[in-house]
Design a protein around this ligand. Sequence first.
Ligand code: ZN
Length: 134
Amino acid sequence: MKILKIDHLGIAVKSIDAGKNFWTDALGLSYEGSETVVEQKVTTAFFPVGESEVELLESTAPDGPIARYLDKKGEGIQHVAFRVENIEAALSELKEKGIRLIDEQPRIGAGGAKIAFLHPKSTNGVLVELCQRD
Ligand code: ZN
């Protein structure tokens, strides 16, 4: 398995509109619009930071994963995403190593990336996303 870089940090926010001001006005990152991924009940906005990005995540439904995260923990870093060369190969290698996978098969996330999550029980409590962008 080859990890290429930290692709992005996923940050749960109550509202992208309200939350983006820190990232744009204070830090000077550029806001390039948002995208809703309907089946994941989330709207995402990416802010490039050098080779990586900050991803703000806003729930589109009260029963979505981001809404549940906000209920439990409030706003904050929800996941760390690593870019991999080949996500299918990475998932089967991790499965072989006994790592618990949330997604056995990649799904399509924001920007058309292939993504899959690993279970925090296997990752020191961090929700880890793998992503592959071609
Ligand atoms: Zn992400």
